[in-house]
Design a binder for this molecule. Structure first.
Ligand code: ADP
Ligand code: MG
Length: 348
């Protein structure tokens, strides 16, 4: 018999470990945009502008007019697990802001060139700092800027060649970013969103900070959808959750399903909920066509488990079957109760 010896086991270098972890959280530009949007919203801004080069692969810039980041915090803000939103494990349950793990900026700094320019209300000037692998490069530099934060992400995946090569089509990445920003714009009508390709005058998304959910649905998804919407409301005292949103009536159908789901103000997906709601429509809509559904669910944050996937997209929650069933029933009775399509008129 020939002797076969086992290979030596070695621990990977820290930067390699961090890079792998980062690549799981940020899989493409749209994941980074979602994290950065949530940070801006957490910072209570009323306007967010995004600029992209090559679908965000070459350059992704996001500017908000929120609280800014304290100068003293610029040194650690990109280290893993640094956050202003969570101080102990128990906070994970009660936290109502969007981000909560302190990993977004750190992850981005491990796989891209990250620069933060930020100004708080208390400082005379803004500070600009750049980061590599979680650490500050040099000291923050004083500069001029308005209150708020500008995050600039250059050359995403520059040090992950296999991932970088997998992006054949920047237009597809751009479209995914447009999709994420569109959804946040529908959900946040009191924040003005703008999204552009770098150097172009025309915006791909442009909303004002004093619009309504319906205004933004019309602007982004078109009047064909906006004029066929039913408003849905549900307060469930037994399972302690509430639902609000807009769903298309049975006169409307589209080839491509549009299902916009926010739970506690985070854009998420719940395959189980989506499928259950689709079944209701399948009785009324032509085969192979779909509804438009925008739902915002609120529930005790302790009941939502967003950590089933590193990108925090697919979620599970407590009493999932009952929450889904009761939502389905509310949607069904709304659809059946609306024998004439109710039209929402707002100023164009
Ligand atoms: P998390 O959002 O989970 O706290 P992040 O890595 O996304 O982790 O952000 C780390 C911290 O940086 C946040 O807790 C917040 O204090 C600060 N921060 C990030 N982006 C912004 C922003 N646009 N405006 C103000 N503060 C920000
Ligand atoms: Mg965050």
């Amino acid at each position: 018999t020939t002797e076969v010896l086992p290979p030596v086991i070695r621990k990977l270098e820290e930067v390699v470990i961090n890079r792998i972890a980062a690549g799981e959280i940020i899989q493409r530009p749209s994941n980074a945009v979602k994290e950065l949007l949530e940070n801006s919203l957490d910072a209570k801004c009323s306007s967010i502008s995004i600029n992209l080069k090559n679908g965000g692969l070459k350059l992704l810039q996001i500017q908000d007019n929120g609280t800014g980041i304290r100068k003293e915090d610029l040194g650690i803000v990109c280290e893993r697990f640094t956050t202003s939103k969570l101080t102990c494990y128990e906070d994970l349950g009660t936290i109502s802001t969007y981000g909560f793990r302190g990993e977004a900026l750190a992850s981005i700094s491990h796989i891209a060139h990250l620069t933060i320019t930020t100004k708080t209300a208390n400082e005379q000037c803004a500070y600009k700092a750049s980061y590599t692998d979680g650490k500050l490069n040099g000291l923050p530099k004083a500069c001029a800027a308005n209150q708020g934060t500008l995050i600039s992400v250059e050359d995403l995946f520059y040090n992950v060649p296999t991932r970088k090569k997998a992006f054949k089509n920047p237009n597809e990445e751009h479209a995914r970013v447009v999709d994420v920003v569109s959804r946040y714009a529908v959900h946040n009508p009191t924040v003005g969103f703008s999204l552009k390709k770098f150097g172009e005058n025309l915006s791909d998304v442009k909303t004002s900070n004093n619009s309504s959910h319906i205004d933004n649905i019309r602007l982004i998804y078109g009047n064909n959808i906006a004029r066929e919407l039913l408003e849905i409301e549900l307060n469930d005292d037994i399972f302690k959750f509430s639902v609000s949103g807009y769903i298309s009536n049975v006169n409307f159908s589209t080839k491509k399903q549009i299902f916009i789901l926010f739970i506690n103000n985070r854009l998420v997906d719940s395959t189980a909920l989506r499928k259950s709601l689709e079944t209701v429509y399948s009785l009324y809509l032509p085969k192979g066509s779909h509804p438009f559904i925008y739902l915002s669910l609120s529930m005790d944050p302790r009941n939502v488990d967003v950590n089933v996937h590193p990108t925090k997209h697919e979620v599970h929650f407590l009493h999932e079957d009952s929450v889904i069933e009761n939502t389905r029933q509310a949607l069904e009775s709304k659809l059946l109760g609306a024998n004439t399509s109710r039209v929402f008129y707002t100023q164009a």
